[in-house]
Design a protein around this ligand. Structure first.
Ligand code: ZN
Length: 290
């Protein structure tokens, strides 16, 4: 039996974020209260400190998996890099949005090259990334993209100008992965990423920071679940839990992204210690080949 999961993003406010919203509204004297922060959530499906990575956090090369997050890395890919392809053509990603998607992939590539000596994602050439123009399969997990230790297909990234997941209208993006087998972690054999260009990313709607969203979704694609749980069925500690470590709340894999009063999305695309530490545990076996 195949077990599969989806990881997405939807609107939700946790007390922590509501407090942030209150603070924001208080500081904006005379501004109507309804223009506070809105929180968007991504939902679920999946050392040593050296020099700063990009503008953000130090590189963590060791496996760090706190007890309350042991269930948050249930499946991984047997082989890296994972080949990805972007929807192109008239219904696909405009050129201006290809860059941020590749930048998000490169955030993971940079980490994986540093720690494991291999890239996480293969998108082809920087100036002409791999593209696709098919329709989304109705049964994602029925066609595997892996065969033994090879890839026989790509993980496709779809732009949906009509969001097909109508039961989740506030979801910004959705990553589906298909774990197979009984190992721990299990092995992913198929998957895809979908972006909601009906209710986000377009004029008149909230505009998430695409690089941040894609860095989050690529984390799911690699096999990471959220840093904390926001919905029934989520694994890991509750995001509202008292005393949750700051590193959980500030992780790229934290389930929510905020929007400001103008509808611009929060920028959070630097992999922090929690993102990196969990990733290092999930792919620790790559090191054993050294
Ligand atoms: Zn998510």
């Amino acid at each position: 039996m195949k077990v599969w999961g989806s990881d997405s993003v939807l609107i939700l406010e946790s007390p922590e974020q509501q407090r942030a919203g209150v603070k924001e509204r208080r500081s904006a004297v005379g501004r109507p209260a309804q223009f506070g922060w809105i929180i968007a959530l991504l939902s679920l499906l999946s050392a040593c400190s050296v020099f700063p990575q990009g503008t953000g956090f130090a590189v963590t090369t060791e496996c760090i998996l706190p007890d309350d997050q042991v269930d948050t890395i249930p499946a991984k890919w047997k082989v890296l890099p994972i080949p990805i392809a972007l929807e192109s053509g008239s219904g696909g990603f405009p050129n201006s949005e290809v860059g941020p998607i590749l930048d998000a992939a490169d955030r993971w590539n940079s980490h994986f090259e540093t720690v494991f000596g291999v890239k996480a994602f293969d998108y082809g050439e920087q100036n002409s990334p791999r593209s696709m123009s098919g329709t989304r399969p109705s049964d994602v997990c029925s066609s595997w993209v892996t065969s033994g230790t090879r890839y026989v297909g790509n993980i496709n990234i779809y732009l949906h100008s009509t969001w097909i997941h109508t039961s989740m209208p506030t979801t910004i993006a959705l990553t589906t992965t298909c774990p197979n087998g009984s190992g721990s972690p299990q092995t992913n054999v198929a998957g895809l990423i979908e972006l909601n260009y009906q209710n986000y990313f377009v004029t008149g709607k909230n505009l998430p920071d695409l690089e941040s969203i894609m860095t989050h979704e690529f984390g799911h694609l690699l096999g990471l679940k959220h840093s904390c749980a926001v919905r029934e069925g989520d694994v890991g500690p509750d995001c509202d839990e008292e005393g949750l470590p700051t590193s959980y709340l500030e992780a790229v894999l934290f389930p929510s992204f905020r929007f400001n009063e103008f509808g611009a999305g929060e920028v959070r695309s630097d992999l922090n210690e929690n993102d990196q530490g969990r990733t290092n545990c999930l792919y620790e076996s790559l090191k054993e080949d050294d």
